[in-house]
Write a protein that binds this ligand. Structure first.
Ligand SMILES: [Zn+2]
Ligand SMILES: [Zn+2]
Length: 396
């Protein structure tokens, strides 16, 4: 079975060989709305998380969906390195640096700082103008594997690709390490001249004269949803494909978002009525809200308790929201009782140590169990979204 599958002779290692999901959290707002959240490791080669349209995949999708829904057009860059230059990208630090640099170039920051370095004075207006020429908002995420020729020609053929004849890097087949950055921007058709300038800047900034850049776009919501699913999916499906990279990207922040995303939605999921893309979507609004720690029912902050062993979730009265979230029965608890009630609700009666933190000055009550860092870590596209250490929970 997949859980027992040992990886690189490291049985017992939490990182490579772990039941997923092993635990869940219970969250509640001050109005007594209650939710459960399964804790997923988020590692791409996890048999659970790496699966197509897994809960981990749906969470990544849901976090970005409200932003993509603000796009009237969606532009999709794929930036890949030639075979000869992939070796330096086998470390977490190098991937992080390259990812940040891509964002700096595409946001216009790189051009502004370059001009400043050359002694040019950049007024506020000029700064804005430069950024406006580039992409003031965007989302980016690494894929580690994939044959780009196949991906763009088959998986993403529904987008209109600029520069069709453009070359692709060879040697991206199957399990060959082929790191590439995916970027989504609210933009449509790009002229040849603009595309050339973007490519030049990326090549200079990343110091890779043979960098390969693809760009496609669409204004169809169904195709945007498809592209978003595609970009947020896992590609590092087996740690054995590149064990050194797998070990290096522990806790890697795979994605980055920039710009303002407070605009009105340009389209809604209702526009997908009858389209296959709509069929398997989670309750994305609820999931996105819960991912950022906000009650989807009333908008109040959610306090998360746990982790609790996953088997205790089975017996609970709940309604599935998708992506590993459920809504639980509403409970009104007197202050201070919440923690105890949640533990009971989770079917947990063993020895539990709850660290209570009372902030009377602000009338704010926070409490946490164990070294609970899960709620904050859970909001990120992070490799190794690990549950908090379970030292305080010895199991029932
Ligand atoms: Zn997992
Ligand atoms: Zn609420």
């Amino acid at each position: 079975d997949s859980v027992a599958k040992s990886f690189l002779g490291t049985p017992g290692s939490d990182y490579f060989n772990k039941l997923c999901p092993g635990y869940f959290l219970i969250g509640s707002c001050e109005n007594g709305h209650r939710f459960s959240k399964e804790i997923y490791c988020g590692r791409e080669w996890c048999p659970t998380c790496g699966a197509k349209w897994s809960e981990a995949h749906q969470r990544k999708f849901s976090r970005w969906l409200p932003k993509v829904q603000q796009m009237r057009q969606l532009g999709y860059f794929v930036i890949e390195w030639p075979l000869a230059s992939r070796f330096p990208l086998r470390s977490r630090a190098a991937l992080e640096d390259a990812g940040k640099m891509v964002k700096q170039v595409l946001s216009g920051e790189w051009e502004i700082s370059l001009r400043r370095q050359r002694g040019e004075r950049i007024s506020r207006q000029r700064d804005e103008d430069i950024r406006a020429w580039w992409f003031p908002a965007g989302l980016r995420r690494w894929h580690f594997f994939g044959d780009l020729v196949k991906e763009l020609g088959e998986g993403m053929k529904s987008l209109a690709w600029v520069d069709k004849a453009s070359e692709s890097s060879p040697g991206g087949q199957g399990d060959r390490y082929n790191p590439h950055v995916n970027v989504l921007v609210p933009y449509g058709f790009i002229t040849r001249g603009k595309f050339r300038r973007i490519k030049r800047a990326l090549r200079a900034a990343l110091q890779e004269p043979d960098l390969i850049v693809h760009y496609g776009y669409t204004r169809e919501p169904a195709r945007m949803v498809h592209a978003l699913k595609y970009v947020t999916r896992a590609t590092f499906l087996d740690g054995m494909w590149a064990p050194d990279v797998a070990a290096s990207i522990y806790n890697f922040h795979n994605s980055q978002v920039w710009g303002r995303w407070d605009g009105e939605p340009a389209w809604s999921l209702d526009d997908l009525e009858g389209k296959p893309e709509l069929a398997d979507l989670p309750d994305s609004l609820a999931v996105e809200s819960l991912e950022s720690g906000i009650c989807p029912r009333c908008g109040k902050p959610i306090d998360w308790a746990g982790p609790f062993p996953i088997k205790n979730l089975e017996g609970m009265e709940k309604q599935d929201l998708g992506a590993g979230y459920c809504e639980l029965e509403q409970v009104r608890a007197p202050p201070g009782m919440k923690a105890v009630m949640m533990l009971r609700a989770a079917g947990y009666h063993g020895p539990v140590e709850i660290q209570t933190e009372i902030r009377e000055d602000r009338g704010e009550r926070r409490w946490k169990a164990g070294s609970g860092s899960a709620p904050s870590a859970a909001g990120q596209d992070r490799h190794g979204e690990l549950p908090p250490r379970l030292a305080t929970y010895q199991g029932p």
